[in-house]
Write a protein that binds this ligand. Sequence first.
Ligand code: UDP
Length: 404
Amino acid sequence: MVKIEDYIPLVGQSLIDELRLLGARLKGKVVQHINSTPVGGGVAEILNRMVPLLRELEIDTKWDVIKGGEQFFNVTKKFHNALHGRNEEISRRDFEIFMETSQQNIESLHTYGDVVFIHDPQPIALIKKKAANKWIWRCHIDVSNPNEKVWEFLKDFIVRYDSAVFSAPVFSRKLPIRQFLISPSIDPLSDKNKELPQEIIDSVLRKYHLKKDKPMITQISRFDRLKDPLGVIEAYLQVKKYTDCQLVLAGGTAEDDPEGFKVLDEVKEKAKNDSDIHILLLPQNDIMVNALQRASDVIVQKSIREGFGLTVAEALWKGKPVVASNVGGISLQIKHKYSGLLCHSVEGASFAIKQLLNSPEYAKKLAENGREHIKNNFLITRHLRDYMLLFLSLYHPEDIVHLY
Ligand code: UDP
């Protein structure tokens, strides 16, 4: 098991000392995270790492998941898309379905934490159970341009929280409660991101019949329209005219994402005549994702909308050159032509991929800068510190909290 001290070689002793100090200040508090899926997607990815590390820091941390059926998750997926600014028809019945399932969770889920930490819109209505404890709403979505109907509906809940957390300044909204800006992170010591021996990488390549001697372009993402897998195939086809290469589109599905299989079918259909396109429906296996990222020559994240885009940080951390859309939190991670290449279209993506494949030295430089940027800003140790300061702030209405 990873210990907090294991991070010292990466981030230095003083940050770890500070984490221990903050942990001691929060001793005795129970922090209860609640979200809508135990696996799949960035929120579960972070909680899987965050929860054991907070416990390591002696904060009694729990993680509960709300229950919901297909109808409920169809509605919350519509909410998700609408909050990202996509045009969605949302009916009165949709809001009723949302409230019916929320009511069942209100009745069955015990919110016992001193701090109840609610992630994203799906469990937002649990705030109706607020008692003397502290409640945080953590928004992982880019809500800078939301569908107003959905936003106004959610806002009635949000204003009852003690604090709200957004990933970036541009995502935040005008709200009468305290807001915090905390960007997500990756764990450099997790199975997803740790160094891997070459044999493991090779065995994953063999398993999926991927060629070691052909440039490999990869996008790892849930099969979701907002990740634009069809656009990735189009960009690859344009690159392929000039450079022989292979494309890997690898993803799983998330329990709270009912659209996944439909999108996967469309992707398979578009890819069916090209044996160099590999569509992989991955089991939940972090080593496999890690190996695929490490085996790639270029990693793509051609999202149409994005909260943060953990896959970008994961790729940069592995020293890989990245081509990604200039949306949401991706622009926090990639400075164009410095730590990767940003694009706005299929043509832009294919141009950037060609450039990286043709100029390995340039690609290497961007990747090195990217890794440094992730190291300085987006590792889980920084995230732990931000969250613990946030918990402390709940007990301090004043703006400055003295730790010593
Ligand atoms: N992921 C995974 N297996 C898959 C697809 C994605 O483990 O088949 C992981 C990916 O490595 C990343 C997370 O799921 O850690 C996705 O987070 P991101 O912020 O990129 O997107 P989200 O799915 O939250 O929109």
